[in-house]
Design a protein around this ligand. Structure first.
Ligand code: HEC
Length: 104
């Protein structure tokens, strides 16, 4: 395979893989009931996921903080309504959800 072909196939993989990953993460949020209180672009019971992404943009500590919040719950960052703990969601799934939310 010459260089140009190689570059084209990498590009093709990226074009196919990126939207699929986004859908998979949204399905994960759906499967874990996150979407009962959150939407990507509007406030429901909880803050919109894209507003969460905007708030923590460039914050290197955000991923750990948000993973902890998803697992253990909490309140006071966005208002008085508490986010319930999610002990049944695996750490790997939480990491995927955090990456997805922060990417929005
Ligand atoms: C019963 C409603 C409810 C469910 C279900 C829920 N959330 Fe939340 N979430 C909230 C509320 C309310 C807040 C705001 C908490 C606060 O002000 O500190 C919040 C905040 C957050 C935040 C921002 C935390 C912060 O400190 O800025 C993230 C990220 C988040 N939720 C992700 C999730 C994910 C992922 C799930 C699914 C595993 C989920 N939420 C399920 C209600 C919910």
């Amino acid at each position: 395979m010459n260089h140009k072909k190689f570059a084209q196939s990498i590009l093709l993989v990226a074009v196919i893989a990126v939207p699929t990953m986004t859908i998979a993460s949204e399905e994960l949020a759906q499967a874990n009931n996150c979407l009962a209180c959150h939407a990507v672009d509007q406030k429901l019971g909880g803050p919109a996921f894209n507003e969460i992404a905007a708030k923590y943009k460039g914050d290197a500590a955000a991923a750990a903080l948000l993973a902890d919040k998803i697992k253990n719950g909490g309140s006071g960052t966005w208002g008085q309504v508490p986010m319930p703990p999610n002990p049944a969601v695996s750490d790997a799934d939480i990491a995927t959800l955090v990456d997805w939310v922060l990417s929005l």
